[in-house]
Design a binder for this molecule. Sequence first.
Ligand code: NAG
Ligand code: NAG
Ligand code: NAG
Ligand code: NAG
Ligand code: NAG
Ligand code: NAG
Length: 340
Amino acid sequence: MAEYICLFNKDTLIIKPPKKSPLLLRMAVLVFSMVCSVYICLVCLRQINNKAKTNSIRVIEGPFHDNEIEVSEMLYEHYPNPKTFSRAECEGNPVRYFAILSMQRSGSGWFESLLNSHINVSSNGEIFSVRSRRENFSTIVQNLDKVYNLDWLSSAAKNQCSAAVGFKWMLNQGLMEHHKEVLEYFNRRGVFAIFLFRRNLLRRMVSDLANSYDRRAKLLNGTHKAHVHSAEEAEKLSEYKPEINSTSLITDLKNAELTVAKALEYFNSTSHIILYYEDIFKNRTKLKDVQQFLGLPEKELTSRHVKIHQGSLREHIKNWDDVKKTLTGTAFEHFLNSDY
Ligand SMILES: *[C@@H]1O[C@H](CO)[C@@H](O)[C@H](O)[C@H]1NC(C)=O
Ligand SMILES: *[C@@H]1O[C@H](CO)[C@@H](O)[C@H](O)[C@H]1NC(C)=O
Ligand SMILES: *[C@@H]1O[C@H](CO)[C@@H](O)[C@H](O)[C@H]1NC(C)=O
Ligand SMILES: *[C@@H]1O[C@H](CO)[C@@H](O)[C@H](O)[C@H]1NC(C)=O
Ligand SMILES: *[C@@H]1O[C@H](CO)[C@@H](O)[C@H](O)[C@H]1NC(C)=O
Ligand SMILES: *[C@@H]1O[C@H](CO)[C@@H](O)[C@H](O)[C@H]1NC(C)=O
């Protein structure tokens, strides 16, 4: 477009000189047209350069804080061209790419179901729970490309009218291992990171142990369920009280904390938002922040998930006294008392 106008102007300027003008005037017109051409071409070049710049992804500089929203709209809007279907009437709508970076039993299943209740969000689940997909970084990229091209087929896919597409990625599913390459990919392709962590790492541990147990025991009519949709199912699953290894407890909690800190450090230069399960649980307006972060039309988000371990932790740990004694007087003592 720009080039076309450039040539057009040049032609009119060269062709137009009046026929019977004296040599001097002709020379003046020629010089003028040359200067004009050069000027116009310079302007064109600058426009082309600018366009190239806005198309590439700029790394947004920190510092970032919890929930800080610092997004340059242009850089993160994509127009994917899926192989498997046509975006039809939504072809002209921009799509944002995201990844929920989390740890097991941190409320990410619940959070993802909330996101997916939005008519314009496709969050495709824990795609890298399948080991072969994270065999090496090339297989990871293949799967990422497929998701962000809207070609990942899952029940969550909204196809044509997705305005945000992503998936859930657990830190131990190749994410930390390949953090350098993943960071480069996220920044190059303009992928938003949504960190979702759980503040109470002791409750996370209980949930993790109970979930591992149920994987074997299959308490609900012989089927293992990581998430439930009814109070009866929740009650049934929470009947099992795990025993916590109090010898390694402090080390285990410290390691979990360290892993979170490392993840935040590795992906600090992405455009990101940091969320905590407990905060969303207490205050649903946090979900507005997320929708804003993803540039979505704001909707009421809903989920059918029912929390499994309700109420005091005392009721959910077999060797409660032991655990209490171990944590009392440490930085983790407050984990014993919070109710969610
Ligand atoms: C990555 O893994 C795939 C599948 O196992 C294999 O075909 C491919 O050669 C591997 N690529 C590299 C670079 O190791
Ligand atoms: C959201 O989805 C609806 C229904 O499919 C569609 O009409 C609308 O254009 C979409 N909005 C965006 C921002 O993509
Ligand atoms: C187990 O199956 C029975 C009979 O199909 C049903 O009534 C009951 O609700 C199921 N229980 C759970 C916990 O799913
Ligand atoms: C508890 O942790 C300690 C220290 O890591 C370990 O030696 C021990 O085997 C663990 N006990 C059980 C029952 O797993
Ligand atoms: C992220 O980077 C900013 C600025 O470079 C720094 O202030 C902040 O401490 C970093 N955060 C983490 C978790 O590394
Ligand atoms: C709930 O979250 C919103 C948005 O993050 C925040 O502005 C507000 O202060 C919070 N309300 C409470 C009661 O914490």
